[in-house]
Design a protein around this ligand. Structure first.
Ligand code: C5P
Ligand code: MG
Length: 197
């Protein structure tokens, strides 16, 4: 199984690239952000909590997103592989994911981290705010808070995956196609060293 954690700041291009990767490599794309937005649209209890949290640019509690992930992994148990987009976002989530993987006799193949300078992130998010309808892309203070939360809570998981030799930084600037070619090249290398089943 090819199991990729697609990592990057808000606006780094995770969602865009995850969709392309899922199509190219036949993987299941699991986006915690998209799932939370669906809960909001359906006005579930989780959706109501997520709405307030996302609107401030904060993170939903670890247990809730971990439970959502478990559900998806169990739902697609026979899949060829997964792309986790926007998860894990904290060290506790990364540890919970490893526990879940162990329980299911699975393991993360690699964490691919899209590197994009902050200035470029701000430009992309501002543009996305004009077209996406996402409430968290509309206000500069919310965007700034998401980037702060990313620095404080999410960046530390780079070390977590580096210690497992699973951290692969990828240049996230340039066109969508250029970035996806860089990702595919890395995936080909990873496929090459996967055990044959
Ligand atoms: O991943 P994405 O940028 O689409 O997530 C949008 C928002 O959803 C985040 O800013 C955060 O408020 C929330 N989220 C979260 N925990 C996750 C993923 C997303 O709280 N693991
Ligand atoms: Mg996204």
């Amino acid at each position: 199984m090819l199991i990729i954690v697609l990592f990057g700041a808000p606006g780094a291009g995770k969602g865009t690239q995850a969709v392309l990767m899922a199509n190219t490599h036949g993987l299941i794309h699991v986006s915690t952000g998209d799932m939370l937005r669906q809960e909001i649209a359906a006005q579930t209890e989780l959706g109501k909590l997520a709405e307030a949290t996302i609107y401030k640019g904060e993170l939903v509690p670890d247990e809730l997103v971990v439970a959502m992930m478990r559900e998806q992994i169990e739902k697609y148990a026979g899949a060829k592989g997964f792309i986790f987009d926007g998860f894990p976002r904290t060290r506790a989530q990364a540890q919970a994911l490893d526990q879940l993987m162990e329980e299911k006799r699975m393991s993360i193949t690699a964490m691919l981290a899209l590197d994009v300078p902050t200035e470029e992130l701000l430009n992309r998010l501002k543009k996305r705010g004009e077209i996406s309808g996402r409430t968290d892309d509309l206000f500069l203070d919310v965007i700034q808070n998401r980037i702060n939360v990313y620095h404080q809570k999410t960046i530390p998981i780079i070390e977590y995956y580096r210690a497992q030799q699973k951290y692969h930084p990828i240049e996230g600037t340039g066109s969508i196609k250029e970035v996806s070619e860089r990702i595919n090249e890395r995936i080909r290398e990873l496929y090459g060293c996967l055990p044959v089943k």
